[in-house]
Design a protein around this ligand. Sequence first.
Ligand code: GLN
Length: 456
Amino acid sequence: TEACLAEIEDAGALNAFVHMTPEIAIDQARAADARIAAGEAPAMCGMPLGIKDLFCTREVPSQAASHILNGFRPEYESTVTQKLWDAGAVMLGKLNMDEFAMGSSNESSVYGNAVNPWRRDDDDAPLTPGGSSGGSAAAVAADMCLAATGTDTGGSIRQPAAFTGIVGLKPTYGRCSRWGVVAFASSLDQAGPMTKTVRDAAIMLGAMAGHDPKDSTSADLVVPDFEAAITGDIRGKKIGIPREYRMDGMPAEIEKLWADGAAMLRDAGAEIVDISLPHTKYALPAYYVIAPAEASSNLARYDGVRYGHRAKLAQGDGIVQMYEKTRAEGFGPEVQRRVMIGTYVLSAGFYDAYYNRARKVRTLIKRDFETVFAEGIDAILTPATPSAAFGLGEMAEADPVQMYLNDVFTVTVNLAGLPGIAVPAGLDAKGLPLGLQLIGRPWEEGDLLNTAEVLE
Ligand code: GLN
């Protein structure tokens, strides 16, 4: 814990941690020492972690990297973080992220962007760690903590993991409780581990997962021993390669990474099968209707009354002006854009044309996966991202759609509620990490982790 706290000080320029909790960390580390001395060592005992700012942590600033939650210190602890503390983990502090987890580069944060610890071989330009869990990814990649929590609504665990050369697991929807995690799009959001190895992800998921009566969408299932599922034996497993993920203009090095990954799994005894997921091309448009729709509804609670920031009012301003000024000052441009899109697609005249249509497309995407799983496919291999980490500022704010295209390989998993994992799989021509994604059957994270470990 002390070594991590020192490392965080040294790596301040990466802007990964936005709030430190050294007193809590030292107390928890001492308690972990005492548990170990007493012969009791739960799974995460003494493990120093960073926590994404989206998780509510008792008495500790929890702002979702937004100005509108300025000064918010929850009176309660999220179920997932409470489970980690119960399992002996240590909280070093809160991690940077895109505002309300909306973004793919960590550039929409009120704290300014986090920076990727990696650099291209041929230039020194700072790169994005990805987003929205960019601080989590940078902190794990730069050894500021042993692991971090992330959340994934459309790729926010897997894309930053791929950009920083670490492992990121988005569990099956309902595996981890969403209680106390600031809501973005409730039917898509899932918390998960961001770690250095696949085995660490298995151990940490075991501590985070489990039924929670406070989240009606959390599944009432026994949490299996994910670590025990990692046997190294994938003989006879059927791995699908979906042809619709072979995009026009896909860089040759991504193609090669994908082929090399398939070859590794084949060499380990798996069967590689060409499959079709025909509705893939509609996933991004459906996601960018459904996610903003749910966000516009979830973010209605930030009204200047209940939490955080309230605008200064002028003489004669009423409650409507208070709402308007507070939300105009409190939300950044990307969040305002999502609220506007969401409100539009839910409005009476457009509900059927956009929101209802997107929900139907979502069902078709889910069925595509059900069909291939029913045909015996155990996991699906795809690239995690269309490219390596890009330069900060490179995807101009002026063209948000460019940024949205980054999520092309990850959003299907959230729409279908499936588990997906990003595993580091090599370096591009400029020495930057690239990741592969494995998508698994619902509730079979153990199997998914076992296959992922072969790629490691
Ligand atoms: N990049 C996607 C978005 O901006 C995904 C975000 C996420 O998974 N939280 O919506």
